[in-house]
Design a protein. Structure first.
Length: 301
């Protein structure tokens, strides 16, 4: 049993919970997820099974798309709807959609984020949420993340001195969307938090095709898992692709290095997925010491 499952993670489950449950359903230990979702966040959780687990790192590095809701008017200690309120600012009803849209454009491109205290980022051997629960403050590492899209997707609604609107964001690995919501609120001059979030796309997998654990269990009982397991090639859908000639494919199988000029339109700064007859053979990367040379990062076949 080898391939990728498009799992719909429901609220209340950790990503590890989903993996543990699937180990029982599929009766195999060789399972891993391609990008953690917080327990309260729902949506697409890519799962690698069998030999596809060798490709987990590429799934984790891929970009993701989320849809959620920002609430302006009060902030919380966790930056989402789960935490205690720490600051309140009234939002006037004359706040315009144009003002919000203009502020959102300023977050496009490469930006810096400071991870929330209630997160799993490690500092000096301890996770930030451990410091937060102990009431300790600690200096947090600054992260560079990429925001490809950040747009409002609904009108603003005003209620009880708060304003709410939904959004869609396409972003890189490591982006804290709740921090993005808080930073947007601050840019507008208000306290705020991320009140809802759902991952709608990851590794080319879409939420409309995602299956719940209950649905996957039904396929397993009917011995029809082959109908829902997607090929391992899905795991590298975020990487640039090169289709090889037969002699190149043979060279890849034995781990030969290539000159960058051997392939057309390849970015030397990115890992490259090498295919032959629609099958993934390897992932290559730039040589750390030799300019213009690509070396194997991982040979698959």
């Amino acid at each position: 049993m080898n391939g990728i499952l498009n799992v719909y993670k429901e609220a209340g489950w950790t990503s590890f919970d989903v993996v543990a449950k699937l180990r029982g359903i599929l009766k195999t230990k060789k399972i891993g997820h391609g990008g953690t979702l917080d327990p309260q966040v729902t949506g697409v959780l890519p799962i690698a099974v069998g030999k596809a687990t060798r490709l987990l790192e590429y799934m984790e590095e891929s970009g993701k798309v989320y849809e959620g809701e920002v609430t302006l008017g009060f902030s919380t200690e966790t930056e989402d709807a789960e935490g205690a309120v720490i600051e309140v600012t009234k939002v006037p009803t004359h706040l315009s959609e144009e003002t919000i849209d203009t502020a959102m454009t300023k977050f496009l491109g490469e930006i810096q984020q400071i991870p929330p205290m209630y997160s799993a980022v490690k500092v000096k051997g301890k996770r930030l949420y451990e410091y937060a629960r102990a009431g300790e403050n600690v200096e947090r590492p600054i992260r560079q993340v990429m925001i490809k899209e950040f747009v409002r997707t609904s009108p603003i609604t005003f209620k009880e001195d708060c304003a709410r609107f939904t959004f869609r964001v396409a972003c890189s690995k490591g982006t804290y969307v709740r921090t993005l919501a808080v930073d947007l609120a601050a840019a507008l001059g208000y306290a705020g938090h991320m009140s809802k979030l759902q991952r709608t796309s990851a590794n080319g997998l879409q939420i409309d095709d995602a299956l719940t654990l209950e649905q996957i269990e039904e396929y397993a009982k009917l011995e029809e898992l082959g109908q829902i397991l997607q090929p391992k090639e899905v795991a590298v859908s975020d990487l640039p692709r090169v289709d090889l000639k037969s002699e190149q494919a043979e060279a890849v199988r034995v781990g030969k290095k290539f000159e960058l000029s051997d392939f057309e339109n390849v970015d030397a700064e990115k890992k490259v997925a090498l295919f032959y007859k629609e099958k993934l053979l390897a992932v290559y990367m730039k040589h750390p010491e030799k300019s213009g040379i690509l070396k194997p990062h991982k040979v698959i076949n």
